[in-house]
Design a protein around this ligand. Structure first.
Ligand SMILES: Nc1ncnc2c1ncn2[C@@H]1O[C@H](COP(=O)(O)OP(=O)(O)OP(=O)(O)O)[C@@H](O)[C@H]1O
Ligand SMILES: [Mg+2]
Length: 278
């Protein structure tokens, strides 16, 4: 079995999908893993954060989604980043204009990323993280259709952050029904946690109550201005603050994620063995 493809989705905006994608990718890279980030959001924030500042980008996800054009070799859309072990397939704003084409080409268009990106992701990378826009749209559906796992970040700083969960989980179910039976909910991740505030404690408690402790990462990402500052500078905290509390939180999350993937791999192997035993 090849590497794991993980889609980060939540249809609420500004809850930290991109921040989690980029920081988790860097933390995994620092653990020696080969990581691919697919910037599946035309806002292109992950591309801006990960690509070197004056990087020239010629091929992007636009061409991969553009059914009218000649599909590019996916490998030509992959760029190295400033962070060890981390590559990115960047996006551009113009990709948002392709949503209508994707809708016109549905249901075949649902498998665009699965056909054009997943084979390379699984073959060449240990982990692929797919960042998504804050809407339940054909870009998000494409990401889920190409993925093994859905990782759902939740913002412990906003009382609205639980509202979007049902829509994401319904979408995960409909993508399973549409044919990606290999897709599962990996875990929810509590981001922007500030244990001193009642709202953070209430939201974290509510997520565990609804989904069970096993379905929520025990690593939580603290609310830190360092993340906002890094975002403003279009970089991750690993560039200048690699030993900060924020960096350590992501290192713990990366270790927990790898352990969860390893457990799943063993479980699947065991299931296959049992199926083959007469
Ligand atoms: N743990 C955190 N502590 C403090 N700030 C954070 C944290 N996580 C994310 N942020 C900040 O919150 C803002 C929104 O984060 P981000 O862009 O990752 O959200 P998003 O869900 O990807 O947004 P969109 O829905 O627009 O794609 C950014 O300024 C980011 O730096
Ligand atoms: Mg984002």
């Amino acid at each position: 079995m090849g590497g794991a493809v993980i889609c980060l989705a939540n249809n609420k905006g500004g809850i930290g999908k991109t921040s989690v994608t980029c920081h988790l990718a860097c933390a995994l890279g620092r653990k020696g893993k080969k990581v691919l980030v697919v910037d599946n959001d035309p806002q292109s924030n992950a591309s801006g954060i990960l690509l070197p500042k004056r990087a020239l980008v010629y091929h992007t996800l636009y061409e991969i989604y553009d059914s009218g054009g000649k599909p590019p070799r996916t490998a030509s859309c992959v760029y190295t980043t400033e962070y060890p072990g981390v590559d990115v397939i960047p996006n551009v704003e113009q990709t948002s204009g392709l949503l209508l084409n994707l809708a016109g080409g549905y249901p075949e268009s649902l498998a665009t990323l699965r056909r054009r990106v997943r084979p390379l992701a699984v073959k060449d990378y240990d982990v692929t993280l797919v960042d998504c826009p804050p809407t339940v749209c054909l870009f998000t559906a494409n990401a889920l259709f190409a993925s093994d796992w859905a990782l759902v970040p939740v913002d412990a700083g906003s009382s609205h952050s639980l509202d979007g969960l049902k829509k994401v989980l319904d979408l995960v179910e409909s993508i399973q029904d549409a044919g990606n039976t290999g897709l599962s909910l990996l875990r929810l991740l509590v981001n922007r946690m500030d244990a001193r505030t009642v709202i953070s404690r209430t939201i974290a408690g509510e997520v565990i109550r609804r989904f069970g402790e096993d379905m929520v990462f025990s690593s939580r990402i603290p609310r830190l201005t360092a993340f906002e500052q890094a975002d403003h500078a279009k970089e991750t905290i690993f560039l200048r603050q690699g030993k900060s509390p924020g960096a350590r939180a992501y290192e713990a999350l990366a270790a927990e994620l790898l352990a969860a993937l390893e457990r799943d791999k063993k479980q699947k192997k065991q299931n296959r063995k049992q199926e083959n035993t007469p």
